[in-house]
Structure formats: structure tokens, C-alpha cells
Ligand binder design. Sequence first.
Ligand SMILES: NC(=O)c1ccc[n+]([C@@H]2O[C@H](COP(=O)([O-])OP(=O)(O)OC[C@H]3O[C@@H](n4cnc5c(N)ncnc54)[C@H](O)[C@@H]3O)[C@@H](O)[C@H]2O)c1
Length: 286
Amino acid sequence: MEIRNVGVVGFGLMGSGIVQVAAQSGFKVTVSEVNEDALAKGQKKIAQALKIAVRKGKMEQDAADATLANIHGVTDLAELKDSDIVIEAATENPELKRTIFRTLDETVGDHAILASNTSSLPIIEMAAVTNRPDRFLGMHFFNPVPLMKLLELVRAETTSDETLATARAFGEKLGKDVIVAKDLSGFVVNRLLVPYILDAVRLLESGVATAEDIDTGMRLGCGHPMGPLTLLDFVGLDTTLSICEIMFEEFKDAKYAAPPLLKRLVAAGYYGKKSGRGIYDYSSGA
Ligand SMILES: NC(=O)c1ccc[n+]([C@@H]2O[C@H](COP(=O)([O-])OP(=O)(O)OC[C@H]3O[C@@H](n4cnc5c(N)ncnc54)[C@H](O)[C@@H]3O)[C@@H](O)[C@H]2O)c1
């Protein structure tokens, strides 16, 4: 099946990246959000990213204009009806996602593929609320989507070979390198990454070192491009908390248990870079 029209649900951190990459790759993209403000925020983020790319000589002005022209924002899921594939990148909340997929299943054509960008929820539990569990899979992108080459495809028990092949070809058209994982919470990357980030928070919590020194240690000691606590601020503390709680629920293993400090920072509204403060304070623009 050839994909022409792409739908995206959620225009936040991940949704805006997915929309940008798909629009840049020449697809017509319709993105749905909860209100006009959220749509405007996503549009602005992409416009700024493209402006920087043009300024740095990485993109022609024509290509930037064409990318923006490929994006259409809506506040009603019904307007995703012409999509050949819909990638859901809404808030990591299982009931919300199931509600979205019930609606999408009734909205889009029979041929259309539904995909979730969830980091931790079982794909099968979303596939099962639709009448197309064979045309359903996980498409897990990485932040920031325009820069990160990896796409993890997650095959539920019900995902057909054809759906997987179509999603792989689509991912490659977006310029991604594709890996395939089974539908077990965390897939490949988060299964390894989340315990590592949580351990860094535990280290900070127990006073072993400052946040800066933990990050410097892993950057210079292990050659990581950024330390675990900076990475946590990029991913979002709220998102990471939801992910580790879901992984803990799945495996009942203490390595996925949320450290008290992470819970308290999220309760304080310190969600990371996106809210201006997480482990670090970004309010001065530094
Ligand atoms: N943050 C990451 O690094 C990362 C990486 C890979 C996958 N993910 C996954 O991507 C998804 C989104 O995460 P995010 O970090 O972009 O979160 P985010 O909070 O930045 O964005 C979520 C967006 O979804 C919107 N939304 C909520 N309900 C909606 C609805 N009914 N219809 C349309 N839009 C709706 C919200 O208004 C918000 O703008 C989650 O499932 C998360 O697990 C996140």
C-alpha cells in the first residue's frame, strides 16, 4: 500500500517532530490537537526549526515553504478521515489513547494503518479497541525527531506482515533507520535506557554527586553525547515518570520504580526543558 496522506494526533514535543519530518519528506500532513493554541504552538515550533535550517544553509527557502504548506492543523479527529496512516503522539495516557483510537477507527478508511508513538504502553491494548488489529502497530520515534535517525517499529501479536512492510517503507521514506521490536513495554531502547536514567536520579537523590558531575561523568567517562539528567530534561520528567510507572506495572521489577525525587519534581511542575525547569533551570534561556 502506498502512503500519501499522513495524519498525526498531538502536536507536542514528538508530534511536532513527526509532522515536520513527514511534511519535509513531501507527505501531506493533517495534525489534530485539543485546541487552536496547541496547534499554533506546534506550527511556531516547526516554523522556527525551518528558519534555523535555512539560515544555516541546510535547507532552501523553497523547501521550507513547501514543508509548511504540507501541514494542515485541525481540532477535530474526524478531519483525519483521508489519512492512509495516522500516527498518534498524544499524552502518554492509556484511556486517552484508547478513546482516540476508537474514534480514528470509525473515521479513517478501511485500508488505513493506525500507529501509536507510545513509549511504554502495550500496543495490543490499543489495537484491540479497533476493528483493524492487523493494521495496527507501534511507531516509536526518538526526540528530537528531525535529528534522530532511529525508528522502532513495534509488532503486536495481531500486526500483519503487510502492515509491518508498509510501515517500514514509510519510515525509510522519512529517512529513518528501522528496527523491529516485540510488543513488550519499553521495546528495545527504553528497556535499557529508562533504568539508566532512573539510576542517575537515584544517584542525585542520595547525594553521591551533583547533577552537573553526574552528567559530566557519563559524557566524558563513557563518551555519551549528553549526560542522563540532561537527557531526562529533554525527554520530559512527566513523560519519563509515566513511562517508568507503566514499565514497573508490566515487569514488577524495582529497577523501573520511580525515585521519590522524580515524583516530587513532576508534582512541582518541573517537567524539563519544555516547562523551563526540570533537573536544571532553563528560565534564563541558558
Ligand atoms: N518525549 C519523548 O522523548 C518521547 C519519545 C518517544 C515517544 N514519546 C511518546 O510520544 C507521546 C507524546 O509525548 P510528548 O513528549 O510529545 O508529549 P507532549 O506533552 O509534549 O505532547 C502531547 C500532546 O498531545 C496533545 N493531546 C492530548 N490529548 C489530545 C487529543 N485528544 N487529541 C489531540 N491531541 C491531544 C496535548 O495537547 C499535547 O500537545 C507519548 O505517548 C510518549 O510516550 C515521547
